[in-house]
Design a protein around this ligand. Sequence first.
Ligand code: COA
Length: 154
Amino acid sequence: MDPSTVRVDEVAAEETYALRGAVLRPDGGEIVWPGDEDPETFHLAARTPAGSVVGVVRFSPAPCPWPGAGGGVIARSSWQLRGMATDPAVRGSGTGRALVVAGLTAVAARGGDLVWCDARVSAAGFYERMGFTVVSEAFDKPGIGPHVGMVKNL
Ligand SMILES: CC(C)(COP(=O)(O)OP(=O)(O)OC[C@H]1O[C@@H](n2cnc3c(N)ncnc32)[C@H](O)[C@@H]1OP(=O)(O)O)[C@@H](O)C(=O)NCCC(=O)NCCS
């Protein structure tokens, strides 16, 4: 898919749940997470011109678990990136990038100066392409797999 045809918008949490479930919880784990409805949380969806949701992500204010990592500066306003998923049919075509770029811009507009995530090791290379840095040892999330902490200063 040509990424220029994908449109990224802020959406209600519910609009992200189908892809979140299919990609991130294929074995039926919980797809509605604490904080989804917090007023400061925002959700983004990438949609095709026909309206199909092909990518989703969530951003919410949350203290960074690795304060001072990734450059040594303690952030004043840290945000967590979570629930990042793109449809397998569009991977590698810029949909994930479009979501992260839009999200980082929106976090900065809200005054955030750092974004962090628990990255699946299999996706760490994607976040590195987006400018994130690994700041922790690998750790396991039961039922999901190995993760690393990653941060990006804005
Ligand atoms: C990780 C994921 C969101 C990437 O989405 P995507 O739509 O393929 O990403 P893009 O096409 O925008 O890729 C952007 C860049 O990252 C690279 N990239 C994408 N996935 C990568 C990966 N897993 N490892 C290394 N590099 C990757 C792309 O090649 C591209 O490189 P470029 O800068 O040279 O163009 C997607 O593969 C996915 O949903 N994976 C399964 C769920 C998952 O692991 N989510 C993250 C949970 S922490």
